[in-house]
Design a protein. Structure first.
Length: 201
C-alpha cells in the first residue's frame, strides 16, 4: 500500500496552500493512495534552510509511516538546487519516492529521478540568469547617470487613496499590495494624518 505524505509550502502568511492541497488530494484519490499526513510550511521562503513541516515529514518517513511524498511543484520543496538534491537523496536512502504533480516527475522510475535533477538544475540556472540581467541593467543605468529603482508613484491622488484605505481599516499589507507603494510612503501618510488629527494615535 502506498502511504503518502503531502508536502505543501507558501512563502508568506497571507498566502495559502489550498490549491496545492486540493490538486494533490485529487491525484492521490485517483491513484488509490492512502494519505497519511499533510505537511504544510506557511510563511516559509523557498531558500530558507529551516522548513519545520518538511522536517516532520522526514521524521515520519524514517519511522516507516510514509513511502511516497507528493508535492505540487519542485519550487514547493526548495528553491536551492543543493537543497533539492539533498532532499531527494535523503528520500532515496529512506526508500521513499517523490512525485511532482506539475512536472509529472516520479522518482519511482529511473527516468523520473534523472528528470528531477535536470529540471531542478535548469530552474536554478534560470534564476541565476535573471539575477545577472538585473545586475547588468542596474550597472548600465548607473553608467548612463540614470536613477536606479522603481519610478515613484507619489502624487496627491495616491496620498488620498492611502488615506481612504486607512479610514476603511484596510490592512497595511493589502494597501501596499493594491496601491503598489512602499512602506515608507504609507507611514508618512499615517503620520500626516496623525498631525492633522484625522486618526487617533
Amino acid at each position: 500500500m502506498t502511504k503518502v505524505g503531502l508536502l505543501l509550502r507558501c512563502s508568506t502568511n497571507h498566502q495559502n496552500t489550498n490549491s496545492q492541497k486540493e490538486s494533490l488530494l485529487s491525484y492521490c484519490e485517483k491513484q488509490g493512495y492512502e494519505v497519511f499526513g499533510i505537511y504544510e510550511d506557511v510563511g516559509v521562503s523557498g531558500v530558507s534552510k529551516i522548513k519545520p513541516a518538511r522536517e516532520r515529514l522526514l521524521e515520519d518517513i524514517q519511522k516507516g509511516k510514509i513511502n511516497k511524498v507528493c508535492v505540487f511543484s519542485i519550487c514547493r520543496i526548495s528553491r536551492s538546487v543543493s537543497d533539492l538534491c539533498s532532499f531527494i537523496d535523503t528520500l532515496g536512502k529512506l526508500n521513499c519516492s517523490l512525485f511532482v504533480l506539475t512536472q509529472n516527475i516520479d522518482t519511482d522510475t529511473s527516468f523520473g529521478k534523472t528528470m528531477f535533477h535536470f529540471v531542478s538544475i535548469i530552474s536554478d540556472f534560470e534564476r541565476e540568469m535573471l539575477r545577472e540581467r538585473i545586475k547588468s541593467g542596474i550597472e548600465a543605468r548607473k553608467k548612463q547617470g540614470l536613477s536606479v529603482g522603481r519610478k515613484s508613484n507619489r502624487s496627491q491622488g495616491m496620498t488620498e487613496a492611502i488615506k481612504i484605505m486607512i479610514r476603511q481599516n484596510i490592512g497595511v499589507r493589502e494597501t501596499l499590495r493594491k496601491l503598489q507603494i512602499g512602506t515608507k510612503y504609507y507611514y508618512e501618510v499615517v503620520q500626516q494624518m496623525k498631525n492633522e488629527s484625522i486618526i487617533v494615535q
